[in-house]
Design a protein around this ligand. Structure first.
Ligand code: SF4
Length: 304
């Protein structure tokens, strides 16, 4: 728990700065953030900023989205080296090759993608809106990357289209840690609990879920459900948020070891350093920015 003194210092330093934090951030950062949410919620929050600085606590592709949406503001990160390993699995060259092979396909990329690759996409998606975005397109063939597990989830719900995963085995190393045994054990230990699973998990794990949800959908489900207990199948950071916002309910991580090392590169010390010094500004190549912005804007329009 942060002391009153620390909270006061943060409040003072935040006068001209908005703090946006992803659901997987450490509890202390979540506690002082102006907005905590998933990739889609953070994009929407980034559209409404009225201060000159944004301290973005998440990973590279999220901060870059905030920078694209706020070209007149300075977007900072606690650690500029927080690069999402999944985003690194899809170089722009692979997308270009897939487009040559399937010229009649639309390109839908998960927002967890580097800007160079996003510049090749027709539209982006998040785990919260992927099914809706793919359904809304007229094309019957969809090049989809980089997460093959999210592609599987979308294909399950959109039967009349063909999804072509690029690369063939793109994945999140954190969500790959969840195994069917974890679900079976958790159900035995907490037979009354609802099982919420993120679509970045493998199909074997998704098939054992009560609900497949993005992190924000998990928060909504926990608020609206009459269940009192939940098994949470995503990075453990979300469990902190759920326990803070719904102290009357009980939340159990599906697997305690599901920790995203990249998200956790944003320590409290680095956070405070940026709040005080403001040196880690996110820089974007203006040429790529222009093209990458189109796919981001289209996603926001289609999911409005
Ligand atoms: S949880 Fe997975 S997708 Fe999210 S930042 Fe970490 S590695 Fe990337």
């Amino acid at each position: 728990m942060l002391t009153q003194e620390v909270l006061e210092e943060v409040r003072e330093l935040k006068r001209d700065c908005i703090v946006l934090a992803h659901n997987y951030q450490i509890p202390e950062i979540q506690q002082v953030a102006d907005f905590v949410g998933d990739s889609l919620g953070l994009c929407r929050a980034a559209q409404r900023i009225d201060k000159p600085y944004i301290l973005f606590c998440g990973v590279d592709f999220m901060a870059e989205s905030a920078a694209l949406l706020n070209p007149d503001k300075t977007v900072l990160m606690p650690d500029l080296e927080a690069h999402c390993p999944m985003a690194a699995q899809l170089p722009a060259k692979l997308v270009r090759e897939a487009k040559e092979e399937h010229p009649d396909a639309a390109v839908v990329l998960y927002i967890n993608t580097r800007l160079e690759a996003r510049a090749e996409a027709d539209v982006l998606c998040t785990s919260a809106n992927a099914v809706r975005i793919v359904r809304s397109l007229p094309e019957k063939k969809i090049i989809f990357g980089p997460d093959v597990n999210l592609a599987w989830h979308v294909q399950r719900h959109v039967r009349d289209k063909e999804l072509i995963p690029v690369p063939e085995r793109g994945h999140c190393i954190t969500h790959l840690l969840f195994k069917p045994e974890h679900v079976k054990r958790a159900r035995e230990e907490h037979p009354e609990a609802e099982v919420l699973i993120h679509p970045e998990c493998t199909p074997e794990v998704q098939l054992l879920a009560d609900h497949i949800c993005s992190t924000e959908q998990m928060v909504r489900r926990a608020k609206e459900s009459s269940a009192r207990e939940f098994i949470v199948g995503t990075e453990v950071g979300l469990v902190h948020r759920l326990r803070r916002e719904l102290p009357e309910k009980r939340f159990y991580p599906l697997y305690e070891g599901a920790i995203c090392r990249t998200m956790k590169m944003n320590t409290w010390e680095k956070f405070m350093k940026q709040l005080r010094e403001r040196r880690n500004a996110v820089r974007i190549d203006p040429e790529i920015a222009e093209r990458a912005m189109l796919s981001l804007q289209r996603m926001l329009e289609l999911s409005a």
